[in-house]
Design a protein around this ligand. Structure first.
Ligand code: ADP
Ligand code: MG
Length: 421
């Protein structure tokens, strides 16, 4: 069934990408890639469905001891608005492969493609009731899922504050919880980096999707030796980013998804200016008549941002890049790790010894070397520190939907000797 769903998603890519863009404002070039990725998720976990093996455990004495994976049970899955279809696929596919049943609550802002995915699952032969798509608001439908005693596991993606509420709600029933929360990824350009590649990766990392990704790279550390050259290249290429109609295939960056999000970005740009950072690009909505009234915002760059400021610490979830000073690798590691988050980090250097040493020292669930914001379903993803609990994707993501049962069989017919003497 999962493999059939993957085929169905691929056969409707134009329609699904169109709906996704209407719902959340991301550029169609991006939602097309995301629809493809959503198909991959079902294909990947469809492959796992008959491969999740337990093992035989070596123990002392005459026992046969083995483990089996069992489905964890009924899952409540709560997802955000930034990538509705891939988020739904990433939650549903592993839970189905594990043998669970589930209730998925899409974000109130973007419920459309999850409902269609539910239909596709039925068309592919899934029995009714196994997957339930339940659109609704967070404080009502979401909170009910988080606290219901019939729910065995809650998987949540969204803001830290909501994640904390979900974790609190889990206490009474000791519901198992996995959380994929915010991020504030550092993106580090060393003095020996391939600067053109680093510029492209940096811009992709923060401006694709108008920065509305938890693994976006809003904190840019550029080594002082190459700073001026790099910033010059960065600004030149930023001017070439096409912000516009999300349905136009030529558009690089569409709109923000909600008015709330636009207002948040505007607020943080004000904070940045009050905190003394230098605005060197963007900082306003595009002045284009066709975009008037939309939630569009220009790619925005602040220079000379101090590590302790709100701009450098808090998740904005918008197209705002902050440049921080960097001279030596020791201070860099302290500053790069100096937020409550630990979801992802990027490093640009041709020196692999330095790259791998930094990769080891950065507290992040994913580290990219000479690339940025690469994820695929086979590679696990999740957060250190306040970026989350547990992992999604890959085999780790599947195991989060399983209980491991250990079975002991006594092969020694004398039984337990404790009371014999
Ligand atoms: P974001 O705004 O980044 O999407 P949110 O945490 O606000 O992150 O929302 C993510 C998801 O969590 C949405 O589906 C939303 O409806 C849901 N949600 C919001 N509040 C609660 C809550 N108190 N309990 C459970 N789910 C919630
Ligand atoms: Mg929210």
């Amino acid at each position: 069934i999962l493999l059939h769903v993957a085929d169905r998603i691929r056969s409707r890519i134009d329609e699904l990408a169109h709906l996704e863009t209407l719902d959340n404002g991301k550029a169609i070039r991006e939602t097309r890639a995301q629809v493809n990725a959503s198909a991959d998720y079902f294909e990947y976990y469809g492959g796992w469905a008959d491969k999740l093996e337990g093992h035989v455990v070596p123990v002392r004495g005459r026992f046969h001891t083995y483990t089996v994976y069992e489905p964890i049970g009924v899952c409540g899955q709560i997802i955000p608005w930034n990538s509705p279809l891939p988020q739904a696929a990433q939650k549903l596919a592993p839970a189905l492969a594990a043998g669970c049943t589930m209730i998925l609550k899409p974000a109130e802002q973007t419920p459309t493609t999850a409902l269609i995915l539910g239909e596709m699952l039925l068309e592919a032969g899934l029995p009714r009731g196994v997957v339930n798509i339940l659109p609704g608001f967070g404080p009502t439908a979401g909170a009910a899922l988080a606290s219901h005693p019939g729910i065995d596991k809650v998987a949540f993606t969204g803001e830290v504050g909501t994640g904390q509420e979900i974790l609190r709600a889990s206490v009474d029933n000791l519901t198992k919880v996995t959380l994929e929360l915010g991020g504030k990824a550092p993106n580090i350009v060393c003095d020996d980096a391939d600067l053109d590649a680093a510029v492209r990766g940096t811009l992709f990392g923060i401006f694709a999707g108008a920065g509305q990704y938890c693994d976006a790279g809003p904190r840019l550390f550029v080594h002082s030796k190459i700073r001026d050259v790099f910033v010059d290249k960065l600004l030149k290429m930023t001017q070439k980013i096409r912000v516009g109609d999300p349905l136009d295939p030529a558009t690089h960056v569409g709109s923000l998804t909600t008015q709330e999000q636009l207002e948040k970005v505007v607020r943080y740009v004000e904070h940045g200016q009050q905190e003394g950072a230098e605005l060197i690009a963007g900082g306003e909505q595009p002045d284009v008549p066709q975009l008037a009234g939309g939630y569009f915002y220009l790619p925005t760059i602040f220079d000379r941002v101090k590590p302790g400021t709100r701009l450098a610490q808090e998740e904005i979830f918008g197209p705002v890049l902050s440049l921080l000073d960097y001279d030596d690798d020791e201070q860099l590691v302290t500053d790069a790790n100096g937020t409550v988050y630990g979801l992802a980090a990027g490093i640009w250097t041709e020196d692999m010894r330095r790259a791998l040493t930094l990769a080891e020292r950065l507290k992040a669930g994913t580290v990219w070397i000479n690339t940025f914001r690469q994820t695929q379903i086979s590679a696990s993803f999740g957060g250190y520190k306040m970026s989350g609990i547990g992992r999604e994707k890959g085999l780790s993501g599947l195991e989060e939907y399983c209980e491991e049962k250990t079975v002991w069989v006594d092969l020694n017919d004398r039984g337990i000797g404790y009371f014999d003497d």
